[in-house]
Write a protein that binds this ligand. Sequence first.
Ligand code: FE2
Ligand code: FE2
Length: 148
Amino acid sequence: MAMVRIRRLEWRPGFSVGIEVIDGQHKTMIDALNSVGEALERGDAEGCVRLYGDFLRLSSDHFAAEELVLFSSGYPKAQEHADHHKRLLEMAELAREQCLKRVLSHQETECFNALLEFLIGDLLEADIQFKSFLEEMDRTTRKKVLLN
Ligand SMILES: [Fe+2]
Ligand SMILES: [Fe+2]
């Protein structure tokens, strides 16, 4: 297979939602997706399947934790946000299945890039939107929500 160029995603301070646990989970997800990218570049279909599996597990754990915060804080866009999470899981599952089916092709790179775009463009951006919502909450409520 011809060498494919895969984009790497670096976490940056602008992604911070001001909640350490969530920032940490985002960093782990980014690392996991970068590992998928490296496997794609090596043309390692088996590695991709396994690493997509890791990414899926990390992501669904993270989304569950984040949705708990969003719903219990009364965030108005909680449902819309949860739908975005679901969409990412579907995209990752589809990408994993494609790697399962065949030798890596151009299509897997496209799937990967779409996933990366969605993670940066929609998910991390949307997470930053609830940052200000949480910041406006009073200290006591905020503490209660985050310790949930
Ligand atoms: Fe989110
Ligand atoms: Fe998130």
